[in-house]
Design a protein around this ligand. Structure first.
Ligand SMILES: NC(=O)c1ccc[n+]([C@@H]2O[C@H](COP(=O)([O-])OP(=O)(O)OC[C@H]3O[C@@H](n4cnc5c(N)ncnc54)[C@H](OP(=O)(O)O)[C@@H]3O)[C@@H](O)[C@H]2O)c1
Length: 313
C-alpha cells in the first residue's frame, strides 16, 4: 500500500506501508480521492508534531483529513463496495493520504448519489465544520444577519450555502472576482477584502464566522448584536476571548470538529442530493503530483478544495 510519509518536514511517497489493522468499531476504506487542506501544510511543517504524538495519533501517514472511497471491510451499516465519504480525527485518526484507512464508522456516511468520488472528497470537512459552526454554535435562525469572512475557500463555499439554507441573510467577505460566484451560492452582499475593510459595514451580525483567523473579538465585538456569536476557526489563538465570555452577552464560541458525526454527514449528503448544497473542487492532482497539490495551497483566488486521486476503486 502506498502513502505519504513525513520525513524531517519532507513528504515522501512510501510504496510499502503496512495495511491498517482494524480496531473495534472501525471499517476499512479504500481511498479514491483525498483533499489537501491548509492544516496538512501546517502538519507537514511540523506544527502539530507533539500533539499528534501525545494524542496517540502518531501514525506513519500524517497528512490528509477527508476522503471519498469504497468500503473494503464493512459492518452492519456499510457493505463491501459501498461508496462512502468522511473525515478523520485531526489528532488521533489515521490520515487519508494513503490507499487504505481504518476508520471509526461514526466518521463516514454513504456518498451523495449525485456526486463523483472527486467531488465527494471536497465536501465532508468543510460542510461539517461550518454546519457545526452555524447550526450548533451560532444557532442561526431565519432572517439572522451572518458574516462569513474567507467565503470562497474550502470551508467558505459551504458556510455561505449552509447559512443560506438555514435562512440567514449572508454577507460574504472574499478576494476579487468572487462576487457573482458567492451571490450564486446565496450571499446577499459580498465585500472584496482587497478594497474594503469589514469595519466599513454599517450593520451588526448575529454571527461572525472567521475562516481566515485574522479577526479578534476585541476588534469586532461592536459588529455583533447583543446576543451575537464570534466563531474563529483556530480556538487556540483566542483563549483571552473565551475567558472574557463570562463578562459579556456577546460570546466567542469554541469550534473544534473532533468527534465523528455520521448523522450530520447524512444531512449534508441529503442536501447535496436535494440540490441545496453544491461541492467545489478547485483543482485535481494525481497522487504522484502531491508536491504540486501542496504548492497549490499557496495560491489565492481558489474556490473550494484541492483534491488528489489516491487510488482506483
Ligand atoms: N476548528 C476546526 O474544527 C477546523 C476544521 C477545519 C478547518 N479549520 C481551519 O479553518 C481555516 C479555513 O480553512 P479553509 O480550508 O477554508 O482555508 P482556505 O481554503 O485557505 O480558505 C481561506 C479563505 O480565506 C480568504 N482570505 C485570506 N485572507 C483574507 C482576508 N484578509 N480577509 C478575508 N478573506 C481572506 C482566502 O481568500 P484568497 O483566495 O483571496 O486568499 C480563502 O478563500 C483554516 O485555518 C483551517 O485550519 C478549522
Amino acid at each position: 500500500m502506498q502513502g505519504l510519509r513525513l520525513v524531517k518536514k519532507d513528504l515522501v511517497m512510501d510504496p510499502a506501508l503496512p495495511m491498517p489493522q482494524l480496531k473495534k468499531g472501525q471499517v476499512l476504506v479504500k481511498v479514491a480521492y483525498a483533499s489537501v487542506n491548509p492544516t496538512d501544510a501546517d502538519v507537514a511543517a511540523g506544527k502539530y508534531a507533539l500533539m499528534l504524538k501525545l494524542s496517540g495519533g502518531n501514525h506513519a501517514v500524517k497528512t490528509g483529513l477527508e476522503f471519498s472511497g469504497t468500503i473494503e471491510q464493512g459492518n452492519d451499516t456499510f457493505a463491501k463496495g459501498d461508496k462512502v465519504f468522511g473525515y478523520v480525527d485531526l489528532m488521533a485518526g489515521q490520515k487519508t493520504h494513503q490507499q487504505y484507512i481504518a476508520i471509526n464508522a461514526q466518521f463516514i456516511a454513504h456518498m451523495p448519489t449525485s456526486l463523483s468520488f472527486e467531488k465527494a472528497a471536497a465536501l465532508p470537512l468543510g460542510a461539517l465544520t461550518t454546519l457545526v459552526a452555524l447550526q450548533d454554535l451560532a444557532q442561526v435562525k431565519a432572517g439572522n444577519p451572518v458574516l462569513i469572512n474567507g467565503a470562497s475557500g474550502g470551508l467558505g463555499v459551504y458556510a455561505v450555502q449552509i447559512a443560506n439554507n438555514l435562512g440567514a441573510n449572508v454577507t460574504a467577505v472574499a478576494g476579487p472576482n468572487q462576487e457573482d460566484f458567492l451571490k450564486s451560492l446565496g450571499a446577499s452582499q459580498v465585500l472584496n477584502y482587497h478594497e474594503h475593510s469589514i469595519s466599513e459595514l454599517p450593520q451588526t451580525f448575529e454571527a461572525i464566522v472567521d475562516l481566515t483567523d485574522n479577526l479578534r473579538f476585541k476588534h469586532i465585538k461592536h459588529m455583533l448584536t447583543q446576543t451575537g456569536k464570534f466563531i474563529p476557526t483556530d480556538p487556540t489563538k483566542h483563549l483571552g476571548a473565551f475567558l472574557g465570555n463570562v463578562t459579556t452577552s456577546k460570546k466567542t464560541k469554541y469550534l473544534m470538529v473532533a468527534n465523528g458525526d455520521s448523522q450530520k454527514l447524512k444531512q449534508i449528503a441529503a442536501w447535496v442530493d436535494d440540490g441545496k448544497l453544491q461541492t467545489f473542487v478547485d483543482s485535481v492532482y494525481d497522487f504522484s503530483g502531491y508536491h504540486s497539490a501542496f504548492n497549490r495551497l499557496e495560491a489565492t483566488g481558489k474556490r473550494g478544495r484541492i483534491v488528489m486521486k489516491v487510488g482506483e476503486v
